[in-house]
Design a protein. Structure first.
Length: 379
């Protein structure tokens, strides 16, 4: 072994022990080294007694000495051992809240507001260090008749809307607002989206505060929650339980229509005639959903020969015929697409105090050499 090797390996056990202690001391010193860590957290300021006061605005001093609205963001600079700072980076709480006394006009933030110092870490800088607070007494506004505040969006004029508010059962909502903004509360509105393809919906919908002040809904309104008996912000307020039924509005129109009469199979020729009017048409009033009525108008223009069917009268003697009656509500429209269209008496018939139409089926004598056949107005 060379002389250099002898020097390196001489007392090697002692050298290994010395190296171990040197590394340990370095590691402890490294971990204990002071470090700083800047971070941003949010602080929510809430009134200590929200049933008495409300925070109207908060402002903070900017870097130029002026004031700007405080948006809840606070820049914190932490100082402490490297190990604890590294741990803090991963575990730092980001959201805090502070209750403000009713008479307090300024609040100075401290380490304790953010649960520090802890584990050797302290906060050496808070920006902004304080905020200016404007508070006001609150007043109560009672909004009644919630059913009238439910709005179907968009509004369709051809539909009939039936609205029922299931909860709150009191049909009212209480608001708490700053005294200076009391007169700016216009109402509340419950917006229900139009349920396309449905005739009935039941759901929970939120409240919207209608105000002339754009900031009112966001920061100052408190809505009374009847189930939990506490004041909550509009974003967390109980929903309104609403049932909405939608029916298409009825439309009407009057028209002269042809008639076709149902008769049983007859062995002899016959004729059918209306007794109190000439021809085979009568005036009828149609009533039904507006879309079906509009389609019926178009159909009658395109098919002027379309007729309504007078249903078969029973009992009926096919050998002698006879007289019978019918009313408009018994008529049948064979054309598809009008399932909800009804037939009513024409206004002229009402004025004449007529109750029903009468018609006569006349059996004709059979001529020699001719077979039996149906009359032209039968079906």
């Amino acid at each position: 072994m060379s002389s250099l090797g002898k020097i390196l390996f001489r007392n090697w056990r002692n050298k290994i022990v010395a190296l171990f202690f040197a590394v340990s001391i370095w590691f402890v010193a490294f971990q204990s080294e002071k470090r700083t860590y800047p971070s941003t957290v949010t602080m929510k300021l809430e009134p200590l007694r929200p049933d008495e006061t409300v925070i109207v605005s908060t402002t903070a001093e900017d870097e130029f000495g002026g004031e700007e609205p405080f948006k809840g963001e606070i820049e914190l600079t932490f100082s402490g051992p490297r190990k604890e700072i590294d741990f803090l980076r991963e575990r730092l709480k980001r959201n805090y809240a502070k209750e403000i006394e009713p008479e307090q006009e300024r609040y100075h933030f401290t380490e304790e507001d953010f649960n520090f110092p802890a584990k050797g870490v302290s906060i050496i800088k808070i920006q902004p260090p304080s905020v200016k607070i404007q508070q006001e007494p609150v007043e109560e506004v009672l909004v009644q008749d919630l059913k009238d505040k439910v709005e179907l969006v968009p509004s369709e004029p051809n539909y009939r809307v039936i609205i029922e508010v299931v909860k709150p059962e009191t049909q009212s909502i209480r608001l708490r607002v700053p005294r200076s903004l009391n007169n700016e509360i216009l109402s509340v509105r419950v917006k229900v989206p139009w349920p396309y393809g449905k005739e009935r919906i039941e759901h929970l919908y939120g409240l919207n505060v209608v105000s002339s002040n754009s900031d009112l809904h966001q920061r100052t309104v408190r809505i009374w929650d009847d189930e939990t008996l506490r004041w909550v912000s509009p974003a967390n307020a109980s929903k309104v339980h609403v049932i909405v039924e939608i029916k298409e509005k009825d439309d009407t129109f009057e028209h002269e229509v042809k008639l076709t009469f149902q008769v049983p199979q007859m062995e002899t020729p016959f004729t059918v005639s209306l007794n109190d009017v000439p021809g085979d048409t009568i005036p009828v009033k149609f009533r039904g959903p507006s879309k079906q009525i509009a389609l019926l108008r178009h159909t009658l223009r395109e098919q002027p020969g379309l007729s309504l069917v007078v249903p078969l009268r029973r009992p009926f003697d096919p050998e002698t015929g006879g007289e019978s009656t019918f009313t408009e509500d018994s008529l049948i429209l064979p054309e598809r697409g009008f399932p909800d269209v009804r037939f009513e008496q024409h206004e002229s018939r009402k004025q004449a105090l007529k109750t029903a139409w009468s018609y006569t089926i006349t059996v004709l004598p059979e001529k020699d050499g001719e077979g039996s056949k149906d009359g032209g107005t039968s079906q």
